[in-house]
Design a protein around this ligand. Structure first.
Ligand SMILES: Cc1cc2nc3c(=O)[nH]c(=O)nc-3n(C[C@H](O)[C@H](O)[C@H](O)COP(=O)(O)OP(=O)(O)OC[C@H]3O[C@@H](n4cnc5c(N)ncnc54)[C@H](O)[C@@H]3O)c2cc1C
Length: 285
C-alpha cells in the first residue's frame, strides 16, 4: 500500500520546525526523523498524519557533543553514528555495543537515537539505555525548552511526556566514570528482530563493594525503568556469582512483564532472571 496523502514540510531551523509543529500538531502533524518506524506504519495506513515535518535538513540537530559531563545527542543523529565509540570511556563503549542489536545495518543508517526515544517502543534498546542512565530529554516548542527526566518521560507503550507540539531536540546521557563496568544482553528469535527482553546493567566496583548500580529492562514492561530492588541487591556487596544471582532474582520478582500472543509473562520473567545475570557476568568479565 501507499501512504494516505499528506502535506510535506522541510524546515531548515529548529525555530521553523517548532513554529510549524505549533501550527499543525492539532491537525495530526508529526515529526519525520529517520522514518524507520513512521513510514512503514504510514505505508500500511496504520498512521495517516496530515502533515509531516521533516527534520532531516536541520543542521543544528546533527550535533553530537560533550557538554557539562553529558553526551548531547541531537535529533538528527542516526543509530549508525554509534557503531564506533562516540566518546572515550565506558559510555562510548556501551553505546557501540548496544547499537549492534538495533534492527539491521540499513535501518541503522536512517533511524535516529531521538526518534527511537520519542517513539518509545517498549523493546527499544535506546529507551532502555536512557532509563538506566537517567537520561535527560530536551523538548523544544514555541513555548520554550523543557528538560524531562527519563523517569518522567516514558509513560506507557509508545506514549511519552512529550506534548504533540514538542520536538525532542536532544537527549543527554551522563558520561560514566572510567572504572564503570557495564553489560548488555538481549533475547530475540532472529538477529535484527525487536527483542523479547533485554537488560542493561552498569555499576562501579568500589573497595567497599558495588556502588552506583543501575539496572534497566527493555521489552519486558510497557516502559523501561530502573529496577531499584535489583540495584539494592548489588550496591554495597562484593561482585560475585551469588550477588549477581540475587540481583537477577530481585529484577525478576519486581518486573511486571507484558503478555502477548505467544509470549507469556512467565516466560518474560524467566528471561529477565537470565538476561540480568548474563549482563552482570559480562560486566564483571
Ligand atoms: C525491520 C525493522 C526492525 C527494527 N528493529 C528495531 C530494534 O531491534 N530496536 C529498535 O529500537 N528499533 C528497531 N526498529 C525501529 C528503528 O530503530 C527506528 O529507527 C526508530 O524506532 C525510530 O526512529 P526514526 O528516526 O526512524 O523515527 P521516525 O520513524 O521518523 O519517527 C517515529 C515516531 O517518533 C516521532 N519522532 C521522531 N523523532 C522525533 C523527534 N525528534 N521529536 C518528536 N517526535 C519525534 C515521529 O513523529 C513518529 O511518531 C526497527 C525498524 C524496522 C523497520
Amino acid at each position: 500500500m501507499k501512504p494516505a496523502p499528506f502535506h510535506y514540510h522541510a524546515p531548515q531551523t529548529i525555530e521553523e520546525a517548532v513554529t510549524l509543529l505549533a501550527q499543525v500538531a492539532a491537525d495530526d502533524g508529526r515529526v519525520l526523523a529517520g522514518g524507520q518506524s513512521l513510514v512503514p506504519t504510514m505505508a500500511f495506513r496504520l498512521a495517516r498524519p496530515r502533515h509531516l515535518i521533516d527534520i532531516n535538513g536541520i543542521a543544528a540537530l546533527k550535533r553530537l557533543a560533550v557538554e557539562d559531563g553529558k553526551l548531547c545527542i541531537g535529533a538528527g543523529v542516526r543509530h549508525a553514528a554509534f557503531h564506533r565509540p562516540v566518546v572515550d570511556g565506558p559510555l562510548g563503549q556501551l553505546l557501540s555495543q548496544v547499537v549492534r542489536h538495533i534492527a539491521h545495518h540499513p535501518i541503522r543508517t536512517r533511524g535516529t537515537f531521538c526518534g527511537s526515544v520519542a517513539h518509545a517502543d517498549p523493546a527499544s534498546e535506546w529507551c532502555a539505555v536512557a532509563a538506566a542512565l537517567d537520561a535527560e530529554m530536551v523538548a523544544r516548542s514555541t513555548r520554550g525548552t523543557r528538560v524531562i527526566a527519563a523517569k518522567d518521560f516514558f509513560d506507557d507503550i509508545m506514549t511519552t511526556a512529550l506534548a504533540d507540539e514538542e520536538l525532542l531536540a536532544e537527549v543527554r546521557l551522563p558520561l560514566l566514570p572510567a572504572d564503570t563496568r557495564f553489560g548488555f544482553c538481549e533475547f530475540n528469535r532472529r538477529a535484527g528482530d525487536f527483542a523479547i527482553a533485554m537488560a542493561v546493567v552498569v555499576y562501579r566496583p568500589g573497595k567497599g563493594g558495588v556502588t552506583d548500580a543501575r539496572i534497566a529492562l527493555g521489552g519486558v514492561e510497557a516502559s523501561p525503568r530502573r529496577m531499584t530492588a535489583a540495584e539494592g541487591a548489588l550496591n554495597g556487596r562484593v561482585p560475585s556469582a551469588a550477588t549477581f544471582a540475587a540481583a537477577a532474582e530481585a529484577a525478576a520478582v519486581a518486573a511486571d512483564p507484558l503478555e502477548d500472543e505467544g509470549i507469556s509473562a512467565g516466560y518474560r520473567r524467566d528471561l529477565v532472571r537470565t538476561l540480568v545475570r548474563r549482563a552482570l557476568d559480562e560486566a564483571a568479565a
